[in-house]
Ligand binder design. Structure first.
Ligand SMILES: *Cc1c(COP(=O)(O)O)cnc(C)c1O
Length: 381
């Protein structure tokens, strides 16, 4: 079948490459990239991006959120280390081993359960809670090192590394900087205590996108690059050393154009009533595509290079916008819902969330299409 131009997302691979290369320049020479590709590359299409990262940039480390995402990467032919940052039920220890996928280890009892369920060696990175209070061994640095040492002695598993996660490396306040430095110090203290016990690990990693960009966590063997790879800011309130290029362009088309008289109510609940005669276009995307309903009467889209405001509520599959200033607009015209100008961060600011959530929320019914130097490849094809 021909490509259905209804609502689709274009993934700009050259922007991915640009963001990766610019980010790499901010890291110390010996810090390697671990590309965080969870949630299908934050909604951008893992099968489009991950093989590209492996083939064109030789990326050797990837992080996912769960076993299914990890197996998907192996099935795509991804060779390097794949680390699951989230939880895998211990009964899946054999799958972790057979697919050679590394697992984040939250605590000793979990490592014991994995060890008991494993037949072949399961590779672990021990999570160290330094202040995110999400996962990882907790307590004093000494207690954390003791627990990790116990983990490292278990049969059927191998502790290859430790990691921690910054909670506030993108924060703009002095207290954020202080807290981030405290997390870093605590982490390397645990590493040092392990070394005193004769436990030398291949990896100790702490940098996320923000950590790497702002120079925190010196000594981290890996930088877990997520949001900046996709061209968005960890926090748009804090400038980055380079301007990342947004990777996603979300498009739809105009399905109908009409003039409406003054006083005409538009969409559910009649929240918009025209104050004069205006021209309206109906657009073929809605909240079932992940285009936020919170943009009702707030958002803007781009048609023929011009910004057009959304009129009335965004429906499940359609919405209306004001095209009074566009004399030639016609059904079939492309509508840009998101690009480098109106990007996920712009939308997030209007809807009270973060860019991460905006791109992750683009639903699976929206085809992802890779665009690079004029070539196009569709996700899942
Ligand atoms: C998601 C995640 C990252 C990536 O964070 P960004 O802010 O997108 O760079 C890194 N590490 C862990 C543990 C994560 O969960």
């Amino acid at each position: 079948m021909k490509f259905l131009k209804r609502c689709w997302a274009e993934t700009d691979l050259s922007a991915v490459g640009y963001n990766l290369c610019e980010y790499k320049k901010l890291l110390p020479e010996d810090t390697e990239l671990m590309c965080v590709v969870k949630a299908s590359c934050y909604g951008h299409g893992d099968d489009l991006i991950v093989p590209y990262l492996q083939k064109n940039f030789g990326v050797k480390y990837f992080a996912v959120s769960n076993l299914i995402e990890g197996i998907r990467l192996r099935d795509m032919g991804i060779k390097g280390d794949i680390l699951i940052l989230g939880y895998t039920p211990p009964e899946f220890a054999p799958e972790l081993a057979s697919y050679d996928i590394l697992q984040a280890c939250t605590e000793l009892s979990y490592a014991q359960a994995l060890s008991a369920n494993a037949k072949d060696t399961v590779r672990l990175h021990g999570a160290v809670d330094t202040g995110m209070t999400r996962i990882g061994v907790h307590g004093t640095a000494e207690e954390q090192a003791d627990e990790l040492a116990e983990i490292s002695k278990l049969p059927n598993i191998v502790l290859e590394g430790i990691f921690t996660h910054f909670s506030s490396a993108d924060g703009i306040h002095d207290s954020d900087e202080e807290y981030t430095r405290m997390q870093s110090e605590r982490f390397f203290k645990v590493k040092e205590l392990l070394e005193e016990k004769g436990i030398h690990l291949k990896h100790a990693h702490i940098k996320n996108s923000a950590g790497g960009a702002y120079g925190y966590g010196e000594g981290s063997t890996l930088a877990r690059l997520g949001i900046i790879l996709y061209g968005l800011y960890p926090d748009p309130a804090k400038p980055l050393p380079f301007k990342p290029k947004p990777v996603m362009t979300l498009k739809a088309v105009v399905s109908q154009v009409k003039w409406i008289d003054e006083g005409t109510a538009v969409s559910y609940g009649r929240t918009f009533v025209s104050d004069k005669r205006i021209k309206l276009a109906t657009v073929t995307a809605g909240y079932a595509d992940g285009y936020p309903r919170a943009l009702s009467n707030k958002g803007e889209v781009i048609i023929r290079g011009k910004k057009c405001r959304i009129c009335g509520r965004v429906c499940m599959d359609q919405f209306m916008c004001d095209v009074t200033d566009l004399p030639d607009v016609t059904p079939g015209d492309e509508v840009i819902l998101m690009n480098s100008e109106i990007n996920a961060d712009t939308i997030a600011a209007l809807t009270g969330t973060i860019g991460y959530e905006v791109t992750c929320d683009i639903t699976s019914r929206v085809p992802r299409v890779a665009v690079i130097r004029g070539l196009i490849k569709q996700s899942g094809k």
